[in-house]
Design a protein around this ligand. Structure first.
Ligand code: COA
Length: 260
């Protein structure tokens, strides 16, 4: 089934998902969020996909936020449902069990910054601008921006960005830990694909459990998080890839992971 507001392509083991509403700087309206949910579930359940890139169509924007036309008319009960729907989809991205790389090709504001933060890693073009400008609209972030930003960059920087609503450059985003890498704009997709292919070649069960241990571990006590880690550490010993990885090291050769 096709999408109206998304493009979904495959490049080997890498799925490339493009938010495709360039006329409104890829703003996320409800149909786009619903399509995103479907696309994310497709990617999650497709065993041939080992890593995913999320980006925005056009030169200017990754995603310039939730669609302000919808926000302008929403009422309280709808507003809550709107936030819950977006939070749910972004949770699916965060917990897809495969590395999801946000290739931030321009403005990543509001819901766009929240989408990028739900991804596993963020690569920004040097021309990108990030921020949570909701306060300037008289609202607050509703797709978990208040939570993921504080977890990513710490409470002090998060409150600065959330309260000022200011845009930060890619360089500042890198400095505060909001993005992982900054590359020249012309190299954004090639670098993101190189990184995605590198991660796609890693043993997928170990990759999935690392993401799970970090995501879930941060939300529970240290003691419980360590117990989760120990359990996943044990589980990963059931994989052929664990035997291959350790044998390859001892035999001084490159590991050939099969994804089992
Ligand atoms: N929702 C709906 N439409 C949006 C949008 C959004 N979040 N962001 C941009 N657009 C639309 C604009 O209304 C404009 O439409 P038009 O051509 O019909 O006038 C089009 O996209 C291009 O945007 P424009 O504002 O003309 O581009 P710009 O280069 O002057 O400014 C931004 C770029 C990103 C700084 C500016 O668009 C902006 O501030 N967007 C809103 C960001 C925001 O507050 N996001 C959080 C929402 S919760």
């Amino acid at each position: 089934m096709g999408f109206e507001n998304l493009l979904l392509e495959r490049d080997g083991a890498v799925g490339v998902l493009t938010i495709n509403r360039p006329q409104v700087l890829n703003a996320l309206n409800t149909p786009t969020i619903d399509e995103l949910r479907r696309a994310v579930l497709d990617l999650k359940h497709d065993a041939g996909v080992r890593a995913v890139i999320v980006t925005g169509a056009g030169e200017k924007a990754f995603v310039a936020g939730a669609d302000i036309n919808e926000l302008a008319v929403q009422r309280p009960v709808e507003g809550k449902e709107h936030a819950l729907r977006g939070q749910h989809v972004f949770d699916l991205i965060e917990n897809m069990g495969k590395p999801v790389i946000a290739a931030i090709n321009g403005y990543a504001l509001g819901g766009g910054c929240e989408l990028a933060m739900a991804c596993t890693l963020r690569v920004a073009a040097d021309t990108a601008r990030l921020g949570q400008p909701e306060v300037n609209l008289g609202i607050i972030p509703g797709y978990a921006g208040t939570q993921r930003l504080a977890r990513l960059v710490g409470k002090g920087v998060a409150l600065d960005l959330l309260l000022s609503g200011r845009q930060v450059t890619a360089a500042e985003a890198l400095q505060v830990g909001l993005v992982n890498r900054v590359v020249p704009a012309a190299e954004l997709m090639s670098e993101s694909k190189r990184l995605a292919s590198e991660l796609a070649a890693k043993p997928p069960v170990a990759v999935r459990y690392i993401i799970e241990a970090v995501n879930r571990g941060l939300e529970v006590s240290f003691d419980k998080a360590q117990f989760l880690e120990a359990t996943l550490f044990g589980l990963v010993a059931s994989t052929d890839d664990m035997r291959e990885g350790t044998a390859a090291f001892l035999e001084k050769r490159k590991a050939d992971f099969k994804g089992r």
